[in-house]
Design a protein around this ligand. Structure first.
Ligand code: NAP
Ligand code: ZN
Length: 365
């Protein structure tokens, strides 16, 4: 049953999961009226993040059904509230994972809303008015202006959508750890999926030497030839991993499933840093010897703040960086989820929510 909240009077069509392991089906629900600080967005595209899959399956035990996933949203503004001067009708905008935060804490004040203790997400969150948030697998979104960014004119809206989560999630730890201003440094990217392939693109755009650490031999050719990776280590091949020992300054681990951290840590130089962004459902084992013998650091990172997200979008505009996407129609969502679960996507499914592809095909015919 969809929730009922006063002032939620706008009927929206979307797609929802109703139980772990169940199918995603068309779902009609209500969104709030456009408030004074809100913008209304006609959604054009929504990326399918692995986090959607974790939520759909209730991997983390926190899913509130019915669940309308989707936090890699691009679209066009159709309405703005009376307090909104930052955006106007017709603007091409994006919304990522953030829907609300306390606006008062040290993190909110520094536009690190992602680390606010009261942060609420675009779906499976609880908004200020008590309503459960529904995400971008839907045709329209009402968002507070503080959590919306502009999409540079140069970027295609389908390829830009995954930047709102996958992009910012790898961009921020690279920036925080001074990898964006250290050309020649050696970056490792574990897991070549949605997040991982964007880390490779950022790494190359900022002059880093990039090594992909992957379980998929089939990804090597493309990683080197198309994404520009300098090295490719098959994590299941002990000879590869031995050859890579102590070669990397910094590793971003985007792996979505349980895996062993020890061999990855051994790839780091002394004083190297491993940032975990992948979120497998079970705790990972952290062996102490690779940490002790290499004075290495392991830390985590979650998406990014809104200011950083806009900064990343602008840099993507400048360097022409978008996600490699496979655009699907809404009736292919279940098939895409199965393929995502089987690690069969290069490198992001993006749902053509607005039917843009169909209408441009019709225009051509
Ligand atoms: P994805 O596109 O499915 O990519 C994950 C990659 O992990 C796969 O391409 C695969 O790379 C590797 N992998 C998958 N299963 C594996 C296994 N059993 N053992 C070893 N490697 C395996 O997923 P994504 O959308 O990039 O998301 C990755 C993870 O980041 C998810 O857990 C997601 O929830 C999390 N996430 C975190 C944040 C954050 O803020 N921290 C934000 C977004 C997403 P290879 O084929 O190259 O091995
Ligand atoms: Zn995501």
């Amino acid at each position: 049953m969809a929730q009922t909240t006063p002032n939620h009077t706008q009927t929206v069509s979307g797609w929802a999961a109703h139980e772990p392991g169940g199918k995603i089906t068309p779902f009609t629900f209500k969104r709030r009226e456009n408030g004074i600080d809100d913008v209304t967005i006609k959604i054009l595209y929504c990326g399918m993040c692995h986090t959607d899959l974790h939520h759909i399956r209730n991997d983390w035990g926190i899913t509130m059904y019915p669940l309308v996933p989707g936090h890699e949203i691009t679209g066009v503004i159709t309405k703005v509230g009376s307090n909104v001067s930052e955006f106007k009708v017709g603007d091409r905008v994006g919304v990522g994972c953030l829907a609300a935060s306390c606006l008062e804490c040290e993190f909110c004040k520094e536009s690190q809303e992602n680390y606010c203790d009261k942060v609420q997400f675009t779906y499976n969150g609880i908004f200020w008015d008590g309503s459960i948030t529904y995400g971008g697998y839907s045709q329209m979104l009402v968002a507070d202006k503080r959590y919306v960014v502009q999409v540079p004119e140069k970027l295609a809206m389908d390829g830009a959508a995954p930047l709102l989560c996958a992009g910012i999630t790898v961009f921020c730890p690279m920036k925080d750890n001074n990898m964006l201003n250290s050309p020649g440094k050696k970056l490792g990217v574990a897991g070549l999926g949605g997040l991982g392939h964007l880390a490779v693109k950022f790494g190359k755009a900022f002059g880093l030497h990039v090594t992909v650490i992957s379980t998929s031999p089939s990804k090597e050719k493309e990683a080197r030839e198309r994404l520009g990776a300098d090295d490719f280590l098959l994590s299941t091949n002990p000879t590869h991993m031995e050859a890579g020992r102590r070669t990397l300054d910094f590793i971003i681990d985007t792996v979505s499933a349980n895996h062993s951290l020890g061999p990855t840590l051994e790839l780091l130089k002394v004083n190297g840093t491993l940032v975990l962004v992948g979120a497998p459902e079970k705790p990972l084992q952290l062996p102490s010897f690779p940490l002790i013998f290499g004075k290495r650091v392991v830390k985590g990172s979650m998406i990014g703040g809104i200011k950083e997200t806009q900064e990343m979008m602008d840099l993507c505009g400048k360097h022409n960086i978008t996600c490699d996407v496979e655009v699907i129609n809404p009736d292919q969502i279940n098939e895409a989820i199965n393929r995502l679960a089987q690690n069969d996507v290069k490198y992001r499914f993006v749902i053509d929510v607005g039917g843009t592809r169909k209408s441009s095909e019709n225009q051509k015919n």
